[in-house]
Design a protein around this ligand. Structure first.
Ligand code: PGA
Length: 257
């Protein structure tokens, strides 16, 4: 099987006014001086910054993603943003089903699945997030929860070319905690099997599975080279260009691709 090209994606969440675009400029300039051709890189700022970010990132290797979309293309849904609108603003990808949306907004697997379809309809890559809560983790329910979320959230027509799966244990997000490397390996292997069951072995075997949850410069090198980890979804450490670049740079000179 050909190796899977890694992706390091930064999720800014609800952070960043116009001044934060300076970090994008810094990242762009850093990558120009010291490229990391071994991995793909993406930044997902808040929707309000997408158009301006698209201008900064044009003709650079940094892809632009959004953080959520509505399942429909347009209509009477005050405050919502469609996948088509995100594409129009310059995004090429969108995160769907992040645990903060599942928890804050009660998003179900069915809705996340519909949002992933909306992403495909608009020509965007869907980054579909799954992950167990602290309580589910404590109760030993992680494998069942992840299997259910993949089966429910991953459209059967998803392809490795337009979809990325991100595993983010809820208890690891923003907490500084991470699972053991053994657990990451075991759970990513299980997710790879889940993908094979939903999508078939070819697509399931080729799809990127990102790890997310307290990835930072000090732990990226070990996490990123765990088998079946094909990159990272980075929250807090993506807000500073220097930290985010350091995470991406663990792939420099590697044969991960
Ligand atoms: P964190 O967030 O890196 O700040 O833990 C990750 C995420 O929620 O995508």
């Amino acid at each position: 099987m050909t190796a899977i090209r890694p992706l390091v994606a930064g999720n800014w969440k609800m952070n960043g006014l116009g001044g934060a675009l300076g970090e994008l400029v810094a990242l762009r300039d850093r990558l120009e001086k010291a490229p990391v051709p071994e991995a793909d890189v993406m930044v997902c700022p808040p929707a309000t910054l997408l158009s301006r970010a698209a201008g900064i990132l044009a003709d650079t290797p940094i892809a632009l993603g959004a953080q959520d979309c509505h399942p429909l293309a347009s209509g009477a849904h005050t405050g919502d943003i469609s996948a088509e609108m995100l594409a129009d603003a310059g995004a090429t990808a969108v995160i769907v089903g992040h645990s903060e949306r599942r928890i804050d907004h009660g998003e179900t697997d069915e809705l996340v699945n519909a949002k992933a379809h909306a992403a495909f309809r608009a020509g965007l890559t869907a980054i579909i997030c799954v992950g167990e809560t602290e309580e589910q983790h404590r109760n030993g329910e992680t494998v069942d929860v992840l299997t259910g979320q993949v089966q429910g959230s991953m459209p059967e027509d998803a392809r490795a070319s337009n979809t990325v799966l991100a595993y983010e244990p809820v208890w690891a997000i923003g907490s500084g905690l991470t699972p053991t490397l053994e657990d990451v390996a075991r759970l990513h292997e299980g997710l790879r099997e889940n993908l094979g069951q939903v999508l078939g072995p070819d697509q399931g075997g080729a799809m990127r599975i990102l790890y997310g949850g307290s990835v930072k410069p000090s732990n990226a090198a070990e996490l990123m080279f765990v088998p079946n980890v094909n990159g990272a979804l980075v929250g807090g450490a993506s807000l500073k260009a220097s930290d985010f670049y350091e995470i991406l740079a663990v792939y420099r000179g590697s044969s991960a691709t």
